[in-house]
Design a protein around this ligand. Structure first.
Ligand code: AMP
Ligand code: MG
Length: 420
């Protein structure tokens, strides 16, 4: 059986990121929050756009004021007032100054700003009481923050509020972003009913469909809910066939263990899929199927569909999504490699953690940040893969490596962060 690491690297190797030409849409900057930039953006503007003042004060020639002091102030003639947004009209000559406000354009001839607090104004004249520390003091130079023509934002950047602000400042109001992934979800099992249906004895509500739809939406992709498919060969084959023809990724849950009704693997093969993973040494989540389907066709963007047959147990399907599906989705979506995850932190365990040591074991619970250090507390109650109830408030999954059966209270443990 594959280790978690082996499975992870097989999965990531299978993923071919979206195409930076075909899988791109241009959208309004106001709608771009959370999307991934598909092309590197450069600007023809320098930042700052002009030499400008960092202070309210007076624009002067350094040579005029370099030797002044409170006892020997230099008196300059004010020839212009320059508020922000105004284009200076005068060139500052020796013994002259311009009144200037923060962000306003430096006038020609001046090279230094003296802050208002170090001056005294008398009518059309200003006394400079303190000599500036150096020439160019309080001048922000054109291009000091960014030079026109350089990469401003790289392809693969996530457009969070700072990136949105930068694009707005660069007047880039239509942005090329990768299209959203389409992820089909189907639940298999004769025992399943949807939440609005009355529950008969022996039945169970299909919570996985809802959990996965929420995870997919949270990841910025479009969930395509294909509903509950009975444990019937033909019905399942039809559902998977239609899913792989429209989605980038298909997630099925249930039917991947070795029970009598477990058809998924057989159907994948009959539909021309190639199976890469059948089981992983992980708890919960051992019966994990990963397959790819090659595709042809005009209206299909990606060349293949990635198929994950997740275990049916509600906790197992979430854990395997966080551990394996989410990084694959991030790679496919166009994220930079450093953003694929999964992301782990080191935390001190608040209680003893136990495992049988046979598989890499993920214990769910809460991460706390205490005086700058993480602490982990597993959810109380049964850590059973069928116990969905104590999964609420989960923010971390503590990882117990194979062969490790005990992590003592106070010891450090790696914790996979989820729902940050
Ligand atoms: P399976 O992998 O089909 O053998 O299912 C394992 C367990 O998970 C069984 O107890 C199922 O009833 C349960 N299960 C399967 N699918 C779902 C689902 N969509 N929502 C909630 N529980 C499920
Ligand atoms: Mg089943």
């Amino acid at each position: 059986m594959l280790t978690v690491k082996e499975a992870e690297s097989i999965i990531l190797d299978l993923v071919q990121p979206l195409d930076s030409q075909r899988d791109v849409e241009t959208i309004d900057l106001l709608a771009a929050s959370g999307r991934i930039l598909a092309a590197t953006v450069t600007s023809s503007l320098d930042f700052p756009h002009w030499d400008n003042s960092a202070m309210d004060g007076y624009a002067v020639r350094f040579a005029d004021v370099e030797n002044c002091s409170v006892n020997q102030p230099v008196i300059l003639e004010i020839v212009e007032e320059i508020p922000a947004g105004y284009q200076p009209q005068r060139t500052i000559q020796s013994a002259q100054a311009a009144r200037i406000l923060t962000g306003a354009v430096m006038p020609a001839g001046a090279d230094t700003v003296v802050m208002q607090e170090e001056t005294r104004r008398e009518g059309s004249q200003v006394s400079i009481l303190v000599s500036p520390s150096q020439p160019e003091a309080f001048v922000r130079h054109r291009g000091a923050f960014y030079e026109a023509g350089m990469p401003l934002l790289k392809a693969g950047s996530v457009l969070n509020p700072p990136e949105i602000a930068v694009l707005a400042a660069a007047q880039c109001i239509q942005v090329p972003v990768y299209r959203r992934l389409r992820v089909a979800i189907l639940s298999t099992g004769d025992e399943l009913v949807s939440p609005e249906q009355p529950l008969q004895p022996g039945q169970l509500v299909d919570s996985n469909q809802y959990a996965l739809a929420a995870l997919i939406a949270q990841a910025g992709a479009v969930p395509i809910r294909l509903g509950i498919i009975p444990d019937d060969r033909e019905a399942l084959k039809d559902a998977i066939a239609s899913a792989i023809s429209t989605a980038d990724i298909v997630l099925s849950t249930g039917g991947v263990s070795v029970g009598d009704y477990d058809y998924v693997e057989e159907i994948i093969t009959s539909l021309g899929g190639e199976i890469h993973i059948r089981a992983v040494k992980i708890k919960p989540g051992k019966p994990l199927t990963v397959a790819t389907f090659k595709r042809e066709g005009e209206n299909l963007h990606t060349r293949q569909c990635l198929y994950f047959g997740l275990p049916g147990n509600p906790v197992s399907s979430l854990v395997t999504f966080w551990r394996f599906v989410q990084p694959a989705m991030r790679k496919l979506s166009g994220f930079k490699q450093e953003a694929w995850g999964p992301f782990f932190v080191q935390a001190r365990s608040r209680i003893d953690l136990r495992s049988d040591g046979k598989r890499e074991t993920y214990l769910w619970g809460q991460l706390y940040l205490v005086n700058g250090f993480y602490e982990f507390e597993p959810a109380s109650g049964s850590q059973s893969s069928g116990n969905l109830i104590n999964l609420v408030n989960t923010t971390g999954l503590a990882v117990m490596p194979v062969a490790q059966t005990w992590i003592q209270v106070g010891e450090l443990v790696q914790v996979l962060t989820v729902n940050p």
